[in-house]
Design a binder for this molecule. Structure first.
Ligand SMILES: [Zn+2]
Length: 276
């Protein structure tokens, strides 16, 4: 039984009519549960409805890449949505929230400040509503950790983790699991593969980040994309194969990795455990 802790099944890359059949295909491969994070106010209702339709879970939040177009009032709307759905067992976290200091337009001082304000406001909402958080971490681990120390939520997941061993340990010490996915399937990703093989197993959760972060077997190199070949679309059905790669890195069985990473997901997203 695998758990995909991060997949954007509402993304335009997925044909809405085909989503249920595709989700069934992943379930047939053992992907028992997906967590569908929101990215902005306009998709909160979409991810909620989709999670109910597919038998999955969801999170509500404002993604850092959507902060530039978000309105301040969206934070009040998030508070209201978290209140309205407080008894929904499929609402498992506040997310996807965080900081992105990689995208150039987001690193200008005013936008860094705005991202930080939205991040901290959403940490406060997670605390108010007793929910863990799903974090977007890109060149921002230390700034995220600072916020977590000042406004600790009840743990959560550092999604698509790609930091140092010390940063990993700092997230673990704050009650977080680290999300690993398709990036670990690339042999040149030496540091990430070392982290995935050496971190304590109880700190790891698996995710596809579908439709993004295509694993090596779906990845289309830049030169071919320039020639018109589209990038491969990632999907929860790839999770067992990504999990098998993690198992090989750790010298474990795929079954042991599936059980452990699902148990970890249930620990850091307690409402997911109640759904199982
Ligand atoms: Zn995401």
């Amino acid at each position: 039984m695998w758990t995909d802790t991060h997949c954007h099944l509402d993304a335009p890359e997925f044909d809405p009519a085909g989503t249920a059949a595709q989700r069934d295909a992943a379930r047939a491969l053992g992907v028992a549960r997906c967590v569908i994070p929101a990215v902005e106010r306009s998709n909160w209702e979409t991810v909620r409805a989709l999670a109910h339709r597919l038998g999955d879970a969801y999170a509500l939040g404002i993604h850092p890449l959507y902060v530039p177009q978000a309105h301040d009032g969206d934070l009040d709307a998030l508070d209201a949505a978290l209140t309205a759905h407080r008894d929904d067992p499929r609402l498992v976290a506040v997310g996807e929230i965080g900081l992105d200091f990689f995208v150039p337009a987001l690193t200008e001082p005013a936008m860094r400040e705005r991202q930080t304000r939205f991040y901290r406001a959403q940490l406060r909402l997670a605390r108010k509503h007793g929910l863990p958080v799903i974090l977007h971490v890109r060149r921002s681990a230390d700034a995220l950790l600072k916020g977590l120390r000042e406004l600790p939520p009840g743990g959560g997941i550092a999604h698509a983790f790609n930091g140092s061993a010390q940063q990993a340990q700092a997230f673990i010490d704050l009650g977080f699991a680290l999300g690993f996915g398709g990036a670990l399937t690339f042999e040149p990703a030496r540091q990430l593969r070392r982290l995935a093989s050496e971190l304590p197993l109880d700190a790891l959760v698996l995710e596809t980040d579908a439709p993004d972060i295509a694993p090596q077997w779906l990845y289309v190199p830049a030169a071919e994309r320039a020639a018109g070949v589209p990038q491969g679309i990632n999907h929860p059905r790839e999770l067992p194969r990504i999990g098998a790669e993690l198992a090989a890195l750790r010298g474990a069985t795929a079954d042991a990795i599936a059980r452990a990473t699902t148990a970890n997901a249930h620990r850091v997203l307690p409402r997911l455990a109640a759904l199982a």
